[in-house]
Design a protein around this ligand. Structure first.
Ligand SMILES: *Cc1c(COP(=O)(O)O)cnc(C)c1O
Length: 379
């Protein structure tokens, strides 16, 4: 047995990228600005239905800029979903503020609006409201935006959508990223589309994006000599990278369809196994199934998530545990958290299966057969 490795979520080029990259070389715009950036921002803004977009070096840079522009600073608290990647919360620390982590609900695995409501009511009584809410849309599915937005409105707290995993997903007919004061996307190598690495900050607030654009290029004042009146960053995307992103954005709908097909295949072919449940679709919008995730109930299945993961690894197949909740991370051990049991259980039992849009039927069959084989070996 000498099978090639099946990755969790590898890059999948469309073929259009190279012609845009060729334009970059032909024009010598090998720089952190240029026509590919301008076009990518316009096309992206149209694709998600948000009027202003800023291409950046990473999604993390976008989160950092939005926190800074919403006035988050030392001593402030920022609410963050606990079940997510650490990059959702690190920028809170960059600003000298503290994250407060909120548990998931079981319907979409995203931030629980009821826990948020209780937390904000408590904090309102204490006159210690958080300065912002960073809401993650996990694994390609939107959080329950309606109640969360209405809470943010009631307490006048700006909402930042961390839509790094949710490009192409929707909620009540509108795309992820079109709800908050600002939203952030990622084009890291494992996301639904990739530019090789990069991010996008979007907002309907033109001034916010204009200011973010200035801060992202070392906060140069608009005068001919070098003058800086505030602290900036080097956060811009390069024109070369934007060319790759444009070629990818063109096939976003195909990528969503392919990932949903992977999920449907897994759901059909793993259906009979006891104790296996897939991440639910909450019904309030489109779940892109960026990653197909499931939970393994060890009592019913006869073995735990790790045993399946190791069986897959032994067959050269990459699968990963669901995010380790941030309130359990050593670096955030001093931070306040609200609830946590749901996310802890999802971490304990959750597994992300290979979900790339370039998976073949033979690949999917290999994954499914390995899991069936593991199930047989324990029964
Ligand atoms: C990938 C990811 C990020 C970070 O995006 P980068 O482009 O890698 O900086 C942030 N939040 C979530 C939820 C992510 O999955």
């Amino acid at each position: 047995m000498n099978h090639s490795r099946i990755y969790l979520s590898p890059p999948h080029m469309s073929g259009y990228e190279q012609s845009y990259v060729a334009d970059v070389f032909a024009s010598n715009w090998i720089a952190p600005l240029g026509p590919q950036i301008d076009a990518f921002e316009k096309e992206f803004s149209a694709a998600v239905g948000v009027p202003h977009a800023l291409a950046l070096a990473s999604g993390t840079a976008g989160l950092h800029l939005s926190l800074r522009l919403l006035g988050v600073g030392p001593g402030d608290d920022v609410v963050v979903s606990t079940l997510t990647f650490a990059a959702s919360a690190f920028p809170v620390i960059y600003q000298g503020a503290q994250p407060v982590f909120i548990d998931s609900e079981p319907f979409s695995w995203n931030m629980d609006p009821q826990l948020l409501a209780r937390f904000l009511a408590d904090r309102a009584r204490q006159r210690r409201l958080p300065k912002a809410v960073v809401l993650v849309h996990l694994y390609g599915q939107c959080a329950d935006l309606e109640p969360i937005l209405s809470l943010c409105d009631r307490y006048e707290i700006p909402l930042i959508e961390d839509a790094a995993e949710a490009l192409g997903s929707s909620y009540q007919g509108k795309f992820a990223g079109s709800f908050g004061r600002a939203a952030v996307f990622s084009f890291n190598g494992n996301k639904i589309i990739t530019s090789s690495g990069g991010g996008m900050l979007v907002s309907s607030d033109a001034d916010l994006i204009a200011h973010a654009r200035k801060l992202a290029s070392q906060a140069r004042d608009p005068v001919p000599h070098y003058q800086h009146s505030e602290v900036g960053y080097n956060y811009r995307m390069s024109n070369l990278v934007a060319a790759v992103g444009r070629g990818q954005l063109q096939v976003l709908e195909e990528r969503v369809a392919a990932r949903r097909r992977n999920f449907a295949w897994y759901a059909e072919h793993l259906a009979g196994l006891p104790g296996i449940k897939f991440m639910p679709e909450a019904g309030w919008g489109r779940h892109t199934r960026w990653l197909t995730c499931l939970t393994v109930d060890p009592a019913a299945f006869g073995a735990d998530r790790e045993m399946i993961r190791l069986a897959l690894e032994a067959k050269n197949i990459e699968a990963r545990p669901v995010w380790n909740p941030l309130h359990l991370q050593p670096i955030f051990s001093q931070c306040e958290s609200v609830g946590g049991g749901v996310a802890e259980k999802l971490f304990g039992q959750g597994l992300c299966l290979p979900s790339g849009s370039s998976l073949t039927e033979a690949d999917l069959t290999r994954v499914v057969e390995t899991i069936h084989c593991a199930a047989r070996s324990i029964s």
